[in-house]
Structures are given as structure tokens and as C-alpha cells.
Design a binder for this molecule. Structure first.
Ligand code: MEV
Length: 449
């Protein structure tokens, strides 16, 4: 049985790798070589990456691609995407070109407020606490003045402070709910620092109140933390055109396409099984840009899915309307993003991505990311309601299959050519590969080696 290790984080990188390869790999030399193979050749760059997290052993490559021709609010963008799924960038690029010829994407910011809470337990008279809180507000703002000075200079800061009675949800549970404007930064550290200061001010000031009894003064602050649910930090992106301008794919008329497409969106609005996959496709487009621009995709994922459930049932993030001969398709999503702070100036590829996007501010980035999600959903629904998803998906996946078979470049070229006008399946790709190699099954190659 393996023993736990003490003080792992204190070991040098080399010692960590050695311990790990000894413990978990039969061929420890191969394991060590693989990890080192992915080190950056410039030790300075490697050190930068090492220091992003604890216990870094190596780098984990992800493809970094771009989807050109995104017309958003009249500007042309080439959108950077970091993602491993083969068809995502191709789908984004295809939708971008489709809408380029039909007016492009139009975005608008609905609001940009972020929220955080001091969660606390108070056992006492509710009215006393409520009137104390009104008197406490100036002290809460004053005690955070130093923390908020820079943000206020940039036009942001604390927007509102509220006492929320949560006792119907949990015994003696109260919150200070604070709304923030964090301008071009995602603002998590700023918000959490303010909340922790609120907690100290609250506890200090309540102790100084003579008309509170000892039990009332002994409030317990359970925690102070921002919420990643940001229903007041929302962006909308929309595409629209005359129905007759929609080209009828795969032999269906523009009118039939519009109707089928609208029904597909409606199904995602009313059916959580479909909504989950529908929104997953949207997140393909959103996460890839979020990662490329150094933002927190887990925070955005969490917010989007809560937002998708805000009316009591998990539902679609996109919507479609066909009215008076006009097809309209739009997305509304909470996106708490930053273009300053965090990794934005540290990770060289993040810096590259933001430069490629012409240094957007947070609101512009929200519009770009939402448009990428909408484009992705359009591509998926367009395929699903016409040719089916597998045709395009398997074409993109073909190279993964051939790489698994260790096909040569010449074999790949010939097989990709062969499948240009045929439906790709795993077995059809393997059969074609075997035919070209003159073997019965791929296991023969292993035997030869
Ligand atoms: C695959 O990653 C995403 C799709 O399943 C999305 C959808 O079904 O809408 C194609």
C-alpha cells in the first residue's frame, strides 16, 4: 500500500517528478521524459508558468486557434479560442462568415454590477438590527475607502449596501449584500477584500451598541465572499435578417429552415434534457474565448447555468423569433469578465489574445464572448436541423482517428480526400486506413513493431 507524502509542496520540481514517477509509473524514465518534454525551452517562460499554481510539474498543451470574420457592432474581429474539441473553431468560423453577409452580430450591455455577501448569524431583535444597519452604512463605506480608492478613480466602487433577512431560508441567517462596479477588472479580489472589511466593521460596531444585549452583540460571521452568480452583469448579442435571406441548407427552403430552427430553440426552452446539450454547445464558444483571454471559465460556467435556471426550470440561454418575415436569434448571458488584472498581462498568450482583439474593455469583451456563444449555437442548430451533426463533426474528428492510428501525412491526406464526399464513421476510417496500408486490422501494425 502507498504511503501519503508529507511536505510535497516544499520539494523541488525535480524531486516531485522523481517521487511521482517512482510511485505511479512502471517505466519511470518515460514518465519523467514526457513531463520534461513539455517544459518550455526558455527557463524564464517556464518559471512564469510554474508560478501560476502550486506543484507545477509541466505544461498541458491545448490547441489555440482563431475564428476570423466576426462582424460585431460593425467592427471585424478575429476571435482567439483555446479548446480541444475538434469542430468548435470550424463551427464558429462558419457562423461568422454566414452572418458577415447578413449584417453581423449586434451586442448591448444590459448591466455590469457584481455582487458579494457577508453571511452572518444574528440571534436577536430584527428591527433593532435593521435600524442599526442604516446607521452602520457610512462606517462600512468609510472603512473601505482605502481599498476602493483606485476603483473609484476608475469610475467604479461600491454601488449599494443592503441588509437581507434570510431567516425564512435558515434560522437566524442574515446577509450584508453589496453591489459593486469593477470596471475592466473581474474584481474578485477587490470584492472579497471589501467584504472582509465589512465583516470587521459590522462586528466592531455592534459590540459598541449599548442597547444590544450580549447574545445580539455576539453575531457570528460565517463567511465573506463574492457571488459568481451575476444576474446583473449581463450582455446580449443578436443576429437577424429577412427570412428569405436565410439560405435553405440541404434542400430545405429558407421558410422551412426558419421554422425548424425556431422549434429547435423552443425545445431547448421547454425541455431541460435538450437545454443542457444546447447550452453545452453555447459554452463551447464561450469557454474557448474565456480561456484564451485569461478569464475564469469556471465562474462563467457556474453563472450561466444558474442564470439558465432563474425561472425555476433549466432552460435555453438563446432565443429565436420569426415575425413579419424577420428571423431574429439572440443570447442573453451573465459574463463577469476582466481585461485588466489577473492573468491578462502575465500569460503571454492571453496578452496576445487581447492584442488580437484590439485591447477590448470588459464590456467589449462581454459582447465578443456572447457573440462567440451565439455563433456556436447557430452552427450547431443549423447542422442539427438540416444535415445532422455527425457529418461535420466526424469530418473534423477524422484527423484524431488517423492520429490514433499513427497514420503518416501521406496516408492522412489520401484518407481525408477520400472522405470529402462521404460520411465519416470510426469503422469506415479504420477500414480505409487498413486498405491503404494493405493490412487486415490495425493490430497488425502493433505486431510488426
Ligand atoms: C457538441 O460539443 C455540442 C452540440 O451537442 C451542441 C448541440 O447539440 O446543440 C453539437
Amino acid at each position: 500500500m502507498r504511503k501519503p507524502i508529507k511536505g510535497f509542496s516544499k520539494l523541488s520540481k525535480e524531486a516531485k517528478i522523481e517521487w511521482l514517477s517512482d510511485q505511479f509509473f512502471d517505466n519511470s524514465e518515460d514518465a519523467i521524459n514526457l513531463l520534461k518534454h513539455y517544459w518550455h525551452e526558455d527557463p524564464k517562460v517556464q518559471k512564469l508558468h510554474d508560478e501560476f499554481i502550486e506543484n507545477t510539474l509541466s505544461n498541458y498543451y491545448m490547441p489555440f486557434g482563431v475564428a476570423p470574420n466576426f462582424k460585431i457592432n460593425g467592427e471585424l474581429y478575429t476571435i482567439p479560442m483555446a479548446i480541444e474539441e475538434s469542430s468548435v473553431v470550424a463551427a464558429a468560423a462558419k457562423s461568422a462568415t454566414y452572418w458577415l453577409e447578413r449584417g453581423g452580430f449586434k451586442t448591448s450591455i444590459i448591466s455590469t454590477k457584481k455582487v458579494g455577501h457577508v453571511h452572518f448569524i444574528y440571534q436577536g431583535d430584527a428591527q433593532k438590527l435593521q435600524s442599526f444597519f442604516e446607521d452602520l452604512k457610512p462606517a462600512l463605506l468609510k472603512d473601505t475607502e482605502e481599498l476602493t480608492a483606485n476603483m473609484r478613480a476608475r469610475g467604479g466602487g461600491i454601488i449599494d449596501l443592503k441588509l437581507v433577512d434570510k431567516r425564512s431560508a435558515m434560522e437566524d441567517y442574515w446577509q450584508i449584500e453589496a453591489l459593486f462596479e469593477t470596471c475592466d477588472s473581474m474584481g474578485a479580489n477587490f470584492i472579497n477584500s471589501c467584504l472582509e472589511q465589512f465583516s470587521q466593521t459590522l462586528q466592531r460596531e455592534i459590540k459598541a451598541q449599548d442597547h444590544f444585549n450580549e447574545a445580539e452583540k455576539a453575531i457570528q460571521v460565517v463567511m465573506c465572499i463574492l457571488s459568481n452568480y451575476t444576474p446583473e452583469c449581463v450582455v446580449r448579442s443578436e443576429v437577424s435578417c429577412k427570412v428569405e435571406e436565410l439560405n435553405g441548407d440541404a434542400g430545405i427552403s429558407p421558410e422551412e429552415f426558419a421554422q425548424k430552427f425556431q422549434r429547435a430553440v423552443r425545445i431547448a426552452e421547454v425541455e431541460p434534457y435538450r437545454a443542457t446539450t444546447h447550452n453545452k454547445g453555447i459554452m463551447n464558444g464561450i469557454d474557448a474565448v474565456i480561456i484564451a483571454t485569461g478569464n475564469d471559465f469556471r465562474a462563467v460556467e457556474a453563472a450561466c447555468h444558474t442564470y439558465a435556471s432563474r425561472n425555476g426550470q433549466y432552460s435555453s440561454l438563446t432565443h429565436c423569433e420569426v415575425k413579419d418575415g424577420i428571423f431574429r436569434f439572440w443570447i442573453e448571458v451573465p459574463l463577469a469578465l476582466g481585461t485588466v488584472g489577473g492573468l491578462t498581462r502575465l500569460h503571454p498568450m492571453v496578452k496576445f489574445s487581447l492584442d488580437l482583439l484590439q485591447q477590448p474593455n470588459a464590456e467589449e469583451l462581454m459582447g465578443i464572448v456572447a457573440s462567440s456563444g451565439l455563433a456556436q449555437n447557430f452552427a450547431a442548430l443549423r447542422a442539427l436541423t438540416t444535415t445532422g451533426i455527425q457529418k461535420g463533426h466526424m469530418k473534423m474528428h477524422l484527423l484524431n482517428i488517423l492520429n490514433q492510428l499513427e497514420a503518416t501525412d501521406a496516408e492522412k491526406e489520401s484518407i481525408v480526400n477520400y472522405f470529402k464526399d462521404k460520411v465519416v464513421s470510426h469503422s469506415a476510417a479504420v477500414n480505409k486506413f487498413c486498405e491503404i496500408r494493405g493490412i487486415k486490422s490495425p493490430s497488425e501494425i502493433k505486431k510488426e513493431n
